[in-house]
Design a protein around this ligand. Structure first.
Ligand code: HEM
Length: 368
C-alpha cells in the first residue's frame, strides 16, 4: 500500500498526488463563540492527526487500557493500511473575520463566488468555514479519517455538508482516463505538466497573502445529473454535447483520445465540427485566453431522489492559482453549455489551501 508524505513537502497533499479512487469531502462551520485560540487548537490537532492517518496509524488508542474509557480512535480502520490516504485542509472566507482577528490576513480573492448563470445552489450543500478532502484507495480509510477529524473538533466546529465520492472523474499524470457517470472519459485534457502547475495551480504571486504562497485555491461544486434523461439521448447527440466520441474519447475532429481538438475545422454546412456550444469548445484554454484549471473530481451517488430517479452526479473539485479562472469558465459554461440540460449545480464552495506544514508546525500556523 502507498503512503504519501505529509510534512515538509513542497506542496500540500492531495492535489498533485495521483488521484485515489475514493473521496470523502466534508465542510464545517466554526461554532458560535469559538475563539482565535480554538481555531489554532483545531488546526494543530487536525495536523497531528492527519500525519498519523496518512501513515495508516490510528489517531489514538482504539482499545482502552481502562474498560470504562472512551476510545480515542473510533477503530474502523484497524487492520487496514494507509491506502494512499491524503487529507487536504481548506480555509473558507468566513474564517477571516474579526472573531479570529484574521481580517487583515484575508486573501482578496477569497470571497464567496459570484452568482453564476445556471446556478441552482442550495445552502445545505454550499459554503463552510473549513473543508476536508480525504482521498484514498479504500473508502473505509477515507471515511474513517474524516469521521475522526470531525469527532475531535466537536464543540469547536459543526459539520455542514458532505459528499462521498467514488470512481475518480479526472486523470492526473500517468493515470488512465476514467469515466464520469454520463459515460464519457473525463480528464483527457486535464492540466498535468509541472510548468502548468506552476503557472495555473500554485499561488506564488507576491501580491497574495504571504501565508498562502505555496498553496492554492480549491473550488468545489456539487453537480447533479439528470441521468434518466441523459440515458435516453442518442449517442450522436451526446457526442455533440461534449465535442468528443463516447467510446474512444477522441475530439470530433480526430481519431485518438489524445489528438488535439481543432476548433476551427468546419463541415459541409459551414458549422464547426466540434460544436461551438459543446462542453469542450466552451471550456478549452484555446478559447478562454489560455486559462487552465486542475480538475480532481469524483462521481457521487446519494441513492434515489423523491421522484424515484437516480440521485447522482459529479463532485467537481478543482485547484487553481486564482478562483477567477473558475468564474471565467463557468460564466461561459453556465450560459451556453448544451450539457446544462442534463446537469444542475446544486452545491458550491471556495477554500484557500495553505502550503504543506513543516514538521513540528501546523497547517495555517503562519496565519497567527
Ligand atoms: C473537459 C465532463 C463540468 C471544465 C471535460 C470532458 C468531459 C467533461 C467528458 C472532456 C474530457 C477532458 O478533457 O477531460 C464534465 C461533466 C461536468 C463538467 C460531466 C458536470 C457534471 C465542468 C465544469 C468546469 C469544467 C463545471 C469548469 C467550470 C472542463 C475543462 C475541460 C473539460 C477545462 C477541458 C477542455 C479541453 O481543454 O478540451 N469535461 N465536465 N467541466 N471540462 Fe468538464
Amino acid at each position: 500500500s502507498t503512503q504519501h508524505p505529509f510534512y515538509d513537502e513542497a506542496r500540500p497533499a492531495g492535489i498533485k498526488t495521483p488521484q485515489q479512487r475514493y473521496a470523502v469531502y466534508m465542510t464545517f462551520d466554526l461554532a458560535q463563540g469559538a475563539l482565535r485560540s480554538d481555531l489554532q487548537v483545531l488546526l494543530a490537532r487536525w495536523t497531528a492527526a492527519i500525519a498519523q492517518l496518512m501513515k495508516g496509524a490510528p489517531i489514538g488508542q482504539v482499545d482502552s487500557v481502562r474498560p470504562g474509557a472512551i476510545g480515542q480512535d473510533t477503530g474502523e480502520a484497524a487492520g487496514l493500511d494507509a491506502a494512499s490516504l491524503t487529507v487536504t485542509v481548506g480555509l473558507g472566507p468566513g474564517l477571516f473575520d474579526e472573531r479570529f482577528g484574521l481580517s487583515s490576513k484575508k486573501p482578496a480573492l477569497l470571497a464567496d463566488l459570484p452568482a453564476l448563470p445556471s446556478d441552482n445552489l442550495v445552502a445545505a450543500s454550499s459554503g463552510g468555514d473549513l473543508s476536508l478532502q480525504a482521498c484514498a484507495d479504500d473508502p473505509q480509510v477515507a471515511y474513517h479519517a474524516v469521521r475522526n477529524l470531525a469527532r475531535m473538533v466537536r464543540g469547536t466546529a459543526t459539520t455542514r455538508w458532505a459528499v462521498l465520492g467514488f470512481g475518480r472523474a479526472s486523470a492526473g499524470k500517468g493515470q488512465e482516463t476514467p469515466r464520469n457517470l454520463l459515460g464519457f472519459k473525463d480528464g483527457t485534457r486535464n492540466l498535468r505538466s509541472d510548468a502548468d502547475y506552476d503557472e495555473f495551480v500554485w499561488v506564488d504571486d507576491a501580491s497574495e497573502q504571504a501565508w498562502l504562497r505555496g498553496g492554492t485555491y480549491q473550488v468545489v461544486r456539487k453537480i447533479s445529473m439528470n441521468i434518466e434523461v441523459w440515458d435516453a439521448d442518442p449517442i450522436n447527440d451526446q457526442q455533440s454535447i461534449f465535442g468528443r466520441t463516447k467510446n474512444v474519447g477522441a475530439p470530433l475532429t480526430g481519431h485518438g483520445e489524445f489528438d488535439t481538438p481543432n476548433f476551427h475545422s468546419r463541415n459541409a454546412t459551414g458549422k464547426t465540427v466540434i460544436p461551438a456550444d459543446s462542453h469542450v469548445a466552451l471550456a478549452a484554454h484555446e478559447n478562454n485566453g489560455g486559462v487552465k484549471i486542475m480538475r480532481r473530481g469524483y462521481n457521487y451517488t446519494e441513492g434515489i431522489n423523491g421522484f424515484g430517479q437516480l440521485d447522482a452526479g459529479l463532485l467537481f473539485i478543482a485547484y487553481m492559482s486564482t478562483p477567477q479562472h473558475f468564474v471565467t469558465l463557468q460564466s461561459k459554461l453556465g450560459a451556453s453549455d448544451r450539457l446544462n440540460e442534463y446537469i444542475s449545480h446544486i452545491g458550491s464552495g471556495l477554500f484557500a489551501v495553505p502550503p504543506a506544514p513543516k514538521s513540528g508546525h501546523y497547517i495555517g500556523e503562519q496565519l497567527f
